[in-house]
Ligand binder design. Structure first.
Ligand SMILES: [Zn+2]
Length: 423
């Protein structure tokens, strides 16, 4: 594969114009031309976006329970419907979510849900770190979860099938107990996987944890040993400076989900302070029931704006700070050093944006446009590991490499969603 005459976002916070060459799954050359004007930019290549906190099967429940606060939203709107889900439902939701992400330039996702649904990401041709531990921390399910994780990861390693591996997770401190956390930590001494977890999403959750354990959620989780292999913690809205220090020490990244936190009225994560204290900050969409889309461009836009507004300071978070949160910081959060940048030797994961749009001209400052003007619908092609997994111009066949057509994926999604909403 060779992309010629393209603009590109490059490591070192540089914008370049030239050619990208790919052999197999790897970028083998980045050749730059000199002294170009970008104002009528044409095509822009962006490193594949990394969505570090998602529940892709929740596309089935897009928008369900709108207007409720987190606890009531989970207990009244979401959990009763999730109790009715079948394996087919979860697969249909995950595949549709993967398609939505690929069409919006996201090439890698950290996805947490209750069932074994990793195949959906393999079919779509997406990279994924999937976690399916029981959120209730039922003791009987620990052994099942650990063996499923080990078996799946060994099967993935056996031959080149794609890049979908299982990490470990607990849903949150409040939906499990200390015994389960310690058992999972012990099992992970051998597995060595990173932990995906919801942390301090709401004030109430944060304070109830302190009342229960005398510690914040992060301090509590750290003491159980469950963070010993690092991880990625979604939300962290109410984390303290001491929490951020623990996260920096333990290689736990903060996954910022601005849309979800605002829609559920949870608050604003202090990501600027976290960065000052050495925490790696990545971005996520959360699930579509609390977002209600999987659009990482929207997350970049909001992350950039809300912290400027909160700080009363437009210099807070440069466009490059935000672009890195959605690309290389996300790769770091997931322990994936070979993605997240357009550079020789890195995996060929990127999206191509058509800059010939009313809202993208003139393109004097491309990083600023990426964060503040661009939409996921501007993506015309997405490449994962050198394979074109989405091409807008093909219309109904845009996901040509996927064994399930877009039409069949939609029919399955609608059938499942219809049944669930009638429950
Ligand atoms: Zn979540």
């Amino acid at each position: 594969m060779k992309l010629e005459d393209v603009w590109m976002l490059l490591p070192g916070r540089r914008v370049g114009f030239g050619t990208i060459e790919v052999v197999g799954d790897t970028i083998t050359a980045v050749k730059l031309a000199e002294n170009r004007e970008s104002k009528d930019a044409g095509r822009l290549v962006i490193p594949g976006l990394v969505n570090c906190h998602c529940h892709a099967p929740m596309t089935l429940l897009r928008g369900v329970g709108g207007g409720l606060p987190l606890k009531r939203w989970l207990e009244e709107a979401i959990f009763p419907k999730e109790a009715k889900l079948t394996d087919e439902d979860v697969h249909a939701g995950a595949l549709w979510g993967a398609m939505e992400m690929l069409a919006g330039g996201t090439t890698c996702v950290a996805d947490m849900y209750e069932w074994n649904y990793q195949h959906a990401f393999l079919e779509a041709g997406m990279r994924a770190r999937v976690t399916t531990v029981g959120r209730l921390g039922a003791p009987g399910r620990l052994a099942e979860c650990v063996s499923a994780t080990r078996e799946w990861n060994e099967w993935m390693c056996d031959e080149v099938r794609g890049d979908v591996y299982m990490d470990l997770c607990i849903h949150s401190e409040y939906l499990t107990d200390e015994h389960f956390c310690r058992e999972l930590a012990a099992a992970n001494e051998d597995l060595g996987r990173r932990l995906h977890v919801h942390v301090s999403e709401t004030k109430r959750e944060h304070e109830e944890c302190i009342a229960r354990h005398g510690k914040t959620p992060i301090a509590y989780l750290a003491d159980t040993g469950i963070l010993d292999h690092g991880g990625y913690a979604a939300h962290c809205v109410w984390c303290t400076d001491d929490d951020f220090k623990i996260m920096a020490e333990r290689d736990v990244s903060l996954v910022h989900n601005p849309t979800s936190n605002m829609k559920l009225g949870s608050g604003f994560a202090r990501i600027v302070r976290a960065m000052e204290l050495g925490v790696n900050v990545a971005l996520g969409t959360d699930g579509t029931a609390s977002n209600d889309n999987l659009d990482m461009f929207e997350e970049m836009h909001l992350a950039s704006l809300i912290h400027k507004g909160l700080a009363n300071d437009p210099t807070v978070l440069s466009p490059w700070d935000v672009i890195e949160m959605a690309t290389k910081n996300g790769a770091k959060a997931l322990g994936m050093g070979d993605i997240g940048e357009i550079a020789v030797g890195k995996k060929a994961d990127f999206c191509v944006v058509d800059m010939d749009k009313l809202h993208l001209i003139p393109a004097f400052d491309i990083p600023n446009l990426v964060v503040h003007s661009m939409h996921s619908s501007d993506v015309v092609m997405t490449v994962v590991g050198g394979e074109t997994v989405y091409e807008a111009a093909l219309g109904e066949n845009a996901f040509d490499g996927c064994p399930v057509t877009r039409a069949d994926a939609k029919a399955a999604l609608l059938a499942s969603a219809t049944r669930l909403l009638s429950c």
